[in-house]
Unconditional design. Structure first.
Length: 62
């Protein structure tokens, strides 16, 4: 089953992940350069819409 849209906003009592990461790190920079929506659109047809477990985020698998 393809993932459903979800709210990515965090409750104010938790730290924002981006504020805990080093923005000068090469992996951080690379992750911000990649167009993740392209991957989402490319892989979406490969998932069943009404059967199975919810999909993991594409960023986790790539």
């Amino acid at each position: 089953m393809y993932k459903s849209p979800y709210n990515t906003h965090q409750v104010s009592m938790f730290w924002d992940l981006a504020s805990m990461l080093n923005p000068t790190h090469p992996m951080y920079k690379l992750a911000n350069l990649i167009n993740w929506e392209t991957f989402e659109r490319s892989f979406a047809p490969l998932y069943c819409k009404d059967n199975g477990r919810m999909a993991k985020p594409i960023r986790l698998m790539v």
